[in-house]
Design a protein around this ligand. Structure first.
Ligand code: FO1
Length: 333
């Protein structure tokens, strides 16, 4: 069975662990958001790719949600001692190794897909049927426009990492800009995986800065809509708030309510120019199932709390079975 997962970093990693638990024998291709990526201290850092890679490879720090287990921060302290900025983004000593290898390979001309494959040869050796692929080999960066009275325009764009890590998503997001998205193309392996998929899952990752950029890569949405597989999406907003992260601070900037049903309608039904066949809500949002169905979307309601891989596996299997039931008539026709 060929499964494709569209995912971001922290929530995406937990979700993928559940998908692997639910389908132990499946070939899983995770299409990972790269619009969080940033160049700092001359190094290219890919937070979502690294978080999924470390987590699925058993080297991630679950408490922090990102970076390496048993990390140390000696190089960071040295940079601080030199007064080198930015000091607000903490790069650990072990994590630094990944950024050095990646930057070296990118400088040598390898596409990000090849770099990711090389890094995963170490981290995912125990699961050869699990593949991480960047959404694109081209550079895309999410920048957030915030109010800046000191600027003539009264506004300023900051890299998403600065908005989140330094500013803690405190300033209102006036606009979300995806720098480079127009010239980006899906990584080749993304298109291959979508064409061969038996099932596509949209992780409960941040709709604005994780799933949004993936769907915004020119050609990717069309490839998803053309996929022969059912597309099942999972809400990361439960009871009007994101389970983790700052989606509630960014959804208003794209005109989407901080509400599970609104996010499902935002992704849209495949039959109505959207990408989903089924949208899965948490029980807390059961009363908005009608508004999802009214948008032409299949809808399922279950417990979406990713307590552990078994809990995630349970809701994924439940949804896929519900999805089969929902889409089977169409497919049989
Ligand atoms: N998140 C933080 O809140 N503070 C940090 O200093 C930080 C550093 C960092 C370094 C490498 C990396 O892969 C991730 C890092 N993150 C940090 C998390 C990162 O901002 C998020 O994982 C995503 O970009 C948002 O989903």
């Amino acid at each position: 069975m060929q499964i494709v997962v569209l995912a971001g970093g922290v929530g995406g990693s937990k979700f993928v662990q559940g998908v692997r638990r639910a389908y132990p024998a499946a070939e899983i291709t995770v299409v990972v958001n790269t619009a969080d990526d940033i160049t700092l201290h001359g190094l290219r850092i890919c937070p979502d790719l690294d978080t999924v890679m470390y987590t699925l490879g058993g080297g991630g720090d679950d408490g922090r949600g990102w970076g390496r287990l048993e990390e140390s921060w000696r190089v960071l302290a040295e940079l601080g001692a030199y007064g080198v900025e930015p000091s607000w983004f903490s790069i650990g000593d072990l994590d630094l190794g990944t950024h050095l290898v990646r930057t070296q390979m990118l400088s040598a001309g390898y596409p990000l897909s090849a770099v990711t494959e090389a890094l995963c040869a170490r981290w995912l050796a125990a699961d050869p049927q699990l593949h991480l692929v960047p959404m694109s080999d081209d550079r895309v960066e999410t920048h957030v426009v915030i109010a800046a009275p000191e600027e003539p325009s009264g506004r300023r764009a900051v890299h998403f990492q600065e908005y989140w890590v330094r500013l803690h998503a405190v300033p209102d997001a006036l606009e979300v800009v995806r720098v480079g998205i127009e010239d980006a193309r899906p990584a080749p392996a993304v298109l291959t995986a979508l064409a061969a998929a038996d099932l596509v899952l949209v992780a409960p990752s941040n709709p604005v800065v994780s799933i949004g950029p993936i769907l915004a890569v020119p050609g990717l949405r069309d490839a998803l809509r053309a996929s022969p597989a059912p597309v099942v999406g999972f809400a990361g907003i439960l009871g009007g708030a994101p389970v983790l992260g700052m989606a509630h601070r960014l959804l208003p900037a794209i005109g989407v309510a901080v509400d599970a049903a609104a996010v499902g309608r935002h992704y849209g039904a495949r039959a109505a120019d959207g990408v989903l066949d089924l949208w899965v809500l948490d029980q807390r949002d059961a009363d908005s199932a009608g508004s999802v169905a009214a948008a032409g979307l299949g809808v399922a309601v279950t417990d979406l709390v990713m307590r552990d891989a078994d809990a995630t596996a349970a809701f994924v299997r439940f949804a896929v079975d519900a999805g089969d039931a929902a889409t089977a008539p169409a497919r049989r026709g």
